[in-house]
Ligand binder design. Structure first.
Ligand code: PLP
Length: 454
């Protein structure tokens, strides 16, 4: 890799149309993006098309994509089976204002696959966790929700707390302050949040017990994937199950990301069953679909006049067909095994290169995802994530793009996703590019000092 300035110049030279598209977008769209996480330095890529494992930007540059729509594309871009089914679907109705005949088949498949009794469909992860919180409050008659520092559950007020809090305002690591992640949040919402350190069972138990009668739910990403990739310590998820049971709180696994990482989601990997699972992202091959699933005793209470659940686009036929085709024809056990093999080989390749070049970095991984943490010690929670050299990561990201690889989703707090569409040749190209970039990093070429754009 060249020096940071040379890489930046190269990026600007090859992405002139993206720069122009960004200027045009900013005239009407503040920051030029419609999800704050897409804003990056020097400007975001604007994309023309994608297929399989590849994506093409406004200038026609081709990239091997390991962002995969922030994990939504385990089926790859426009999988031919899905594309064909969706052409037919779109020609025969896109929304009915009634349930579609295919919906019960998808519900049945998902209930078996993700081991839940009942489900309710909606559109986004945000919808799902919002409803899960309402459900937990409704069935317990309590107010407080415990969440973990550094975990993200979608952009809605109840959970916009301590997502990426700055050290100076975070307080005691054992009892973190609830820090608002946006302006505009009511202080009452912050008062009903309890924030705990991930992977610290004792601290979590103490916090829960101090509000025992008022904890409606504990929500957690079973593998936090908004601080890169954080392994739950052995016994941590089991411990959360026991703590929730001890105080009668609802345990919610936010599986918006993890449900796509193993065939049956996190339960298949960690053997812990929460009361409620929120599923999303990858389940419909790139179309919007989410679901809240769980025990019959809880979900059966969601009836008109009792607990509200509604949405014009909920379970629309486009999303339902996409979900059914994706889960039953593409993300089969065989499909998932392929994506996992590529993911495992990618992580091993990264580990070898990191070791060979003596880079101060860690490569945690599992399922089809992993990340590159520029840190000397393992990241186990939000506080240790703050030791990650994010400037180094952004330099790596830019240099990889200049070599035709989008190595993972946008940000040092993200991870790569491998898909059924990635091949061994894609894997080799990715690792060759990383080898070259790592070589440059060893020489100290890359160091970028920007503020993370969130
Ligand atoms: N939960 C987790 C763990 C996520 O990572 C995300 C999004 O990245 C969400 C919920 C929100 O999902 P969506 O962006 O579909 O609203």
């Amino acid at each position: 890799m060249q020096t940071w300035e040379e890489e930046l110049q190269a990026f600007r030279r090859r992405t002139k149309k993206s720069a122009r598209a960004w200027e045009a977008a900013k005239r009407r769209i503040p920051s030029g993006v419609n999800s704050n996480y897409r804003l990056v330095d020097p400007y975001p890529l604007y994309i023309r098309k994608s297929r399989g494992s590849r994506i093409w930007d406004a200038d026609g540059n081709e990239y091997l994509d390991f962002n995969m729509g922030f994990g939504a594309l385990v089926a790859g871009h426009s999988h031919p089976i899905l594309a064909k089914a969706m052409k037919d679907r779109v020609s025969n109705g896109t929304i009915f204002g009634y349930e579609s005949v295919e919906m019960p088949s998808l519900a049945d498949h998902m209930a078996r696959r993700f081991r839940v009794d009942r489900l309710k469909f909606s559109m986004t992860g945000l919808d799902g966790t919002l409803f899960a919180v309402r459900l937990a409050r409704a069935v317990t008659g309590r107010r407080r929700i415990l969440k973990f520092e550094g975990c993200y559950h979608g952009s809605h007020d109840a959970l916009m707390v301590s997502i990426k809090p700055r050290k100076e305002v975070s307080g005691d690591p054992k009892a973190p302050n609830p820090v608002p992640s946006s302006k505009g949040l009511l202080k009452e919402l912050l008062e009903t949040a309890i924030v705990a350190p991930f992977n610290d069972l004792d601290a979590t138990e103490t916090l829960v017990l101090s509000h025992a009668d008022d904890v409606a739910g504990i929500i957690v990403e079973p593998v936090p994937m908004n601080m890169g990739y954080v392994q739950p310590k052995p016994g941590f998820l089991e411990g959360l199950r026991s703590i929730a049971d001890e105080v009668g709180a609802i345990l919610i696994f936010d599986e918006v990301k993890t449900c796509g990482k193993w065939y049956g989601g996190a339960e298949e990997a960690f053997h812990v069953r929460p009361d409620i699972k929120v599923l999303g992202k990858s389940i419909a091959g790139g179309f919007p679909l989410a679901a809240v699933g769980g025990k019959a005793s809880l979900l059966d209470q969601v009836v008109p006049g009792e607990i509200s659940h509604a949405g014009t686009f909920n379970a629309n036929p486009v999303s339902i067909t996409a979900g059914l085709v994706t889960l039953t024809k593409i993300l089969t056990r065989t499909g998932m095994r392929h994506a996992q093999q590529i993911g495992t080989d990618l992580a091993k390749g990264y580990r070898d290169i990191v070791e060979d070049h003596g880079l101060p970095a860690k490569v945690p991984f599992g399922g089809i995802s992993g990340t590159l943490h520029f840190a000397r010690a393992d990241v186990t929670d939000w506080r240790s994530f703050q030791n990650v050299d994010v400037g180094q990561w952004w330099a790596y990201y830019l240099a990889m793009q200049n070599r035709g690889i989008i190595p993972m989703a946008t940000g040092p707090d993200e991870q790569w996703t491998t898909s059924v569409a990635h091949s061994k040749a894609d894997l080799s190209r990715h690792l060759d590019a990383f080898e070259e970039v790592a070589e440059g990093m060893k020489k100290g070429h890359a160091k970028m000092s920007i503020v993370e754009a969130v």
